[in-house]
Design a protein around this ligand. Structure first.
Ligand SMILES: [Zn+2]
Length: 287
């Protein structure tokens, strides 16, 4: 067992510069009710934490994310996949949202899913501490990310994929990648994040489109089509339109039906319910 605190900060910083890092989607904090990629990431992050969630939808989303990650990671000789621990975890919990995704990514890449990291105690997320944002925050975040981690295992020559949910400045991924290399003996590491917090990191490019994730999710076995049905949300008045050219639709954004929050109302002009009623009415007249 090795304590991550002992890793040289200069080595972590070098790793961060050298390492390839990918983020699938942009994440806009506080915009989960008007920015679909953020809503999806929030749903995925919260979905396995005891909140009500559709298990089939979770599996389909996981399949879509796996496909997107696979597209970026294949051909890179990945031999091992590990996932970053949530701040509440001291050991990798089996029902953590990233756990089954990491296993699925590993299967898809023909790599081994491993759990080399522990934490001495649960801690608060970085977002709770104001000193971890602003000018010069990266080095403070690196120190915060490594303070309580313990590494175990030897993976000589491995090429790691380090999976995390939402990247801010890339502190966690660089601590984990540096540990893989310096403590685990890995040859290299690639970071893969579901999201990149918008406007934070200069190197925070996003690599995929939510439409591709939706298509891959829908193509998976047992995907609940209703969850992925495209609707148009007017975030101002939380009205849901089925037709983007509806005359009542203003300032709309494309959405998935399964990601609508309680309290959203179907538009009385274009909602499918109206169509069903009309069809029933006409059938009634005809028959
Ligand atoms: Zn409408």
């Amino acid at each position: 067992m090795q304590v991550i605190r002992t890793l040289e900060s200069s080595f972590v910083a070098e790793t961060r510069v050298r390492m390839e890092s990918f983020s699938l989607l942009a994440f806009e904090p506080g915009s989960e009710e008007r920015h679909l990629p953020s809503a999806l990431q929030r749903w995925f992050k919260d979905g396995r934490l005891g909140l009500p969630g559709d298990e089939r939808a979770a599996r389909a989303v996981e399949s879509g994310l796996t496909e997107a990650i696979h597209r970026l990671a294949r051909g890179r000789g990945i031999t091992h996949v590990c996932r970053v621990l949530g701040s509440w975890e001291t050991v990798p919990e089996r029902d953590a949202p990233l756990e089954t995704l990491a296993a699925s990514v590993a299967r898809c890449l023909g790599a081994e899913f491993v759990r080399p990291m522990r934490r001495t105690s649960a801690r608060e997320p970085m977002s709770r501490h104001s000193y971890l944002s602003g000018r010069g925050a990266l080095s403070r975040r690196i120190d915060y990310a490594r303070q309580d981690l313990i590494w175990e295992g030897s993976f000589a020559g491995a090429r790691f994929l380090v999976l995390d949910d939402i990247r801010c400045l890339g502190a966690s991924e660089s601590v984990w990648a540096a540990a893989c290399i310096a403590l685990g003996g890995a040859a290299d590491a690639v970071a893969m994040n579901l999201g990149q917090t918008a406007g934070l990191a200069e190197d925070g490019e996003t690599a995929t489109d939510i439409g591709e994730i939706r298509e891959a999710a829908l193509a998976s076995r047992g995907a609940p089509r209703a969850f992925f049905e495209q609707v148009w949300l007017s975030p101002q008045d939380r009205t849901v339109h089925s037709d983007p050219s509806c005359r009542a639709a203003a300032d709309i954004t494309v959405w998935w039906r399964g990601l609508l929050k309680p309290g959203c109302k179907p538009c009385p002009l274009c909602s499918p319910r109206r169509g069903v009623l009309l069809r029933r009415l006409f059938r009634g007249i005809g028959g």
